[in-house]
Design a protein around this ligand. Structure first.
Ligand code: HEC
Length: 111
């Protein structure tokens, strides 16, 4: 039975690698990014110092819209828009900011 401990060690070495290779939305990073980038035009949070543009929908409204889905946000953020500059977000940044918006919905649902 010498094989078992070896397998256990191999698995324990492998586990963190698997966890790191998945992109998991980091909501805190998403909020930071939203306050730095998106808040130039959108209302993101009470704490923002930038003044949002009236033609950009506030994030709490986007989050509250039942038609807004994770996939829809992903497609929207990866395509250039007339009124929104091509933001060139990385995959991780896209995941984070989507996680942040959808978390606003989850928080609102729990109120
Ligand atoms: C330069 C201004 C500007 C910046 C910066 C900006 N947006 Fe926008 N965004 C707009 C405007 C204006 C609209 C509404 C018109 C449109 O759809 O193009 C919009 C629309 C959207 C919508 C669609 C809402 C809907 O109901 O269809 C989403 C989602 C969105 N923005 C997310 C973001 C995120 C996330 C960021 C930051 C990573 C961001 N925006 C940065 C101006 C901006």
């Amino acid at each position: 039975m010498r094989i078992l401990p070896v397998t256990a060690i191999a698995l324990s070495l492998l586990a963190p690698t698997i966890a790191q290779s998945q992109t998991v939305a980091d909501i805190v990073a998403g909020k930071k990014l939203a306050l730095e980038v998106c808040a130039q035009c959108h209302f993101v949070s009470e704490t923002q110092t930038l003044i949002p543009r009236s033609d950009a929908p506030p994030f709490d409204e986007i989050a509250a819209d039942p038609a807004v889905t994770e996939l829809g946000l992903r497609v929207f953020l990866q395509t250039p828009h007339r009124n929104m500059p091509d933001l060139q977000l990385s995959r991780q940044e896209t995941d984070d900011v989507i996680g942040f918006i959808l978390n606003m919905r989850a928080l609102a649902d729990n109120e």
